[in-house]
Design a protein around this ligand. Structure first.
Ligand code: MRU
Length: 358
């Protein structure tokens, strides 16, 4: 049976409307579905920083729209002046969040587009930047659908799956990465059951992934992150599938804090551990995970849940938002172009060079 993506409920976390971006404010979910209209690059920066828009591919998409909005009113008298504005806007957006490489990838694509049009009138370059953002957005939907279709082949009937954080439509142009695989397995009537890690401290699993799975009628239970080992030991699992914010050339993978612990547990229990990754999340400029910048977030995220204190007001806190899973703990990467198995250094290069040549 072939998968029918039209049966996956459409959740548009980012939309372009004539002259601005509309987002679902993910900080309000699941309580309220709030849409925010963003007209300026400063609002885009704030939305990325505060996780109103989050998930590596979604960050890439909104960054591309952010470059256009930031340069829309830039002076049009000379290319050099326009390029200086480009540099300022790109440096500014680059500081919003450091770990997801998709952000820098989108900035690099916008910069290339501008430089390739060096000899064209600036108004035409601006139009091209908006078109580029729409293209990145459209491409991401197709990439996520392909990841889902490629990945569902690894999912057995009645699979018991564990996932972490939110990697669904909210985190991408549509469908998601790891969650797209689950959606596509569901469409193939594989009767999957999903254990959803709550994902401390900001609860992307329980707030967002459960919200998405409920909309699709996919059988699941939320667990706290610390229950994963017990589930593996007592309930049995067929696979773990997660997303990523950045993969180094050797396959070391940055993802939401807690992913590394899951990978260690999966290895101990001999459970396949898959990473769903668009090729735009692979950063071959870094030879290993040691070079991936890890975002450290505010202490308040651990001292409170919402408005409720869960720690003394001035308790010392360490709050890294991501961790690095060494490549040796990863069974395979699931990309839009196919599955990558070890040796990752060799096979990532082969896949990406094929992509560059294609
Ligand atoms: O801090 P977040 O919520 O942006 O972290 C998101 C993740 O870690 C996701 O797993 C990753 O970006 C992949 S989303 C398809």
């Amino acid at each position: 049976m072939s998968a029918n993506t039209s049966e996956i409920p459409v959740i548009q976390s980012i939309e372009w409307l004539d002259d601005h971006v509309r987002i679902i404010d993910q900080t309000c979910l699941p309580d309220r579905e709030v849409h925010l209209d963003l007209f300026e690059v400063g609002k885009i920066w704030e939305a990325i920083r505060t996780l109103r828009v989050r998930g590596a591919p979604a960050i890439g998409i909104i960054t591309a729209y952010g470059v256009y909005l930031g340069l829309k009113e830039a002076p049009e008298t000379s290319f050099d002046e326009f390029d200086e504005s480009r540099e300022q806007i790109c440096n500014y957006l680059a500081l919003s969040r450091p770990t997801a490489v998709n952000l820098q990838w989108a900035l690099d694509r916008a910069t290339r587009c501008i430089h390739e049009m060096k000899n064209q009138p600036v108004p035409e370059i601006k139009t091209a930047l908006l078109e580029l953002a729409k293209t990145i957005h459209r491409e991401d939907k197709a990439i996520c659908a392909a990841i889902g279709k490629n990945g569902q082949e690894l999912v057995p009937d009645y699979a018991r799956i564990l996932t972490h954080c939110n990697t669904g439509s909210l985190a991408t142009g549509q469908y998601g990465t790891a969650l797209s695989i689950i959606y596509h397995a569901h469409l193939q009537e594989k009767n999957v059951h999903v254990w959803v890690d709550e994902t401390r401290p900001l609860l992307q699993g329980s707030r967002l992934t459960s919200w998405e799975l409920q909309k699709s009628g996919i059988d699941h239970h939320i667990i706290t992150d610390s229950m994963a080992g017990w589930i593996m030991q007592r309930q049995g699992l067929d696979l773990v599938v997660v997303g990523t914010d950045r993969v180094a050339a050797n396959g070391d993978t940055a993802n939401k804090i807690g992913t590394y612990s899951l990978a260690v547990l999966a290895k101990h229990h001999k459970i396949p551990f898959y990473v769903a990754a668009p090729l735009s999340s692979i950063d071959r400029s870094l030879s290993s995970g040691a070079d991936i910048p890890i975002e450290e977030r505010s202490a308040e995220e651990l001292r409170k849940i919402g408005q409720y204190p869960t720690a003394p007001a001035d308790a010392p806190v360490y709050n890294p938002a991501f961790d690095i899973t060494p490549h040796a703990l990863i069974t395979a990467f699931i990309t839009e172009k196919g599955i990558i198995r070890p040796d990752f250094t060799e096979n990532i290069a082969l896949m990406m060079d094929g992509e560059a040549a294609g």
